[in-house]
Design a binder for this molecule. Sequence first.
Ligand code: PYC
Length: 310
Amino acid sequence: MHVIDSHTGGEPTRVILDGGPDLGSGPLAERAHLLATKYRDAYRAIMLEPRGQVAMVAALLVEPVDPDCVTGVIYFDAAAVLGMCGHGTIGLAATLVHMGRIGPGTHKIETPAGVVTVEVHDANTVTVTNVESRQVLAQASVEVEGIGTVSGQVAYGGNWFFLVDPSPIPVATGNIRQLTDVTVATRRALHAAGIGGETGEPVDHVIFYGPSETPGVHSRNFVLCPDDAYDRSPCGTGSSARLACLAASGQLAAGEEIVQESVIGSSYRLSWRKGPNGGVIPSITGQAYVMAESRLLFAEGDPFRDGISL
Ligand code: PYC
């Protein structure tokens, strides 16, 4: 399995060029469902230690249905197959530039959530125009042990998010362990309460927001991903969900730009325009760097062939 690893604002992406399971040629959402249900061990073996690393997201390249797309892609982490991934799309674009498959300009990429576009500014800097994103609930509350009532918004940005502003815990690197524990407990409480998307989709990511110390930055976030790791980047689909909420509450006008910082201090530039279905079309600009190109081996007899799963 030939892979190329990059990071976007510190968050790793592993692009899988070949050797993945045969998922057929149906709609990408169907192929993603097949990967999630029939090939769980195979995809986890790519992401889990010792072959993978914590927080890594894979981008499995597949044939697109739409011939205008430069590629199709299915994203997953060690715990779940994702509808879309913003940092992964920036990493994928930088990887395709590294391979000489695309150059500066605008290109379409097909994901299970829909077709997105990437505008390649240079070898590292990419703007992703994401699928239409929307606020689902302006206010929802759950009781979280040791914290009390946690209130936030539910929104879709290619994945399902619960956004809490202000965070009950300062969003700072020294608090990452506590932020992880509390966001995991919050997501568990949301699932128990049945709070999620319009047709029962479970919240898969939780974001806590706090002030940034960097001048000109809108806020700093902590993003819990499905694999219980935190996003080192400000999270592209989470930023899309955030834009939908800011637009819905009139706090950010169309075309106005803000800077979103992650808990480790990496940043995205964000803006939105009106979507055709009442939501927002988000733009996310970030930078990715290619780090490694390698071949993954899955030796018979390796006791940890499927990864370390405790
Ligand atoms: O950037 O959308 C994103 C993302 C999702 C999970 C990790 N990163």
